[in-house]
Design a binder for this molecule. Structure first.
Ligand code: SF4
Length: 115
């Protein structure tokens, strides 16, 4: 279902504009204030970026790899969230529902998806 941002985050903001699903927020309170869910223990201190698992598709349907992880300057800061694994089919379906006006390419699938 999602990636998460660890507390290694340096709040550089590189990831936020790269997400094709608008799943990244500057803080936990910002995400939750806009009606999104954030996993337990994420965004502690409310001064690092968070990913809402409601909207993350692991970039399936858009790119071959998670864009947040690709642009993040910190190693292993954007990682698979063990609490929210989803199959490729589920992630593709989510990408379509989140982006009714965009073309979703079923060939764009990250090798790290947990099928
Ligand atoms: Fe957004 Fe892709 Fe990162 Fe998920 S993996 S938060 S969809 S950039």
């Amino acid at each position: 279902m999602a990636l998460l941002i660890t507390d290694e985050c340096i709040s550089c903001g590189a990831c936020l504009p790269e997400c094709p699903n608008e799943a990244i927020f500057e803080t936990r309170s910002d995400a939750e204030g806009k009606g999104n869910h954030v996993g337990d223990g994420q965004g502690v201190g409310d001064n690092i970026y968070v990913i809402t698992h409601d909207r993350c598709t692991e970039c399936v349907g858009h790119f071959d790899e998670p864009q947040c992880a690709a642009v993040c300057p910190v190693d292993n800061c954007c990682i698979s969230d063990p609490a929210y694994p989803e199959t490729t089919d589920v992630l593709l379906d989510k990408a379509k529902k989140l982006n009714p006006d965009k073309t979703i390419d079923s060939a764009k699938v990250w090798s790290g998806v947990r099928n």
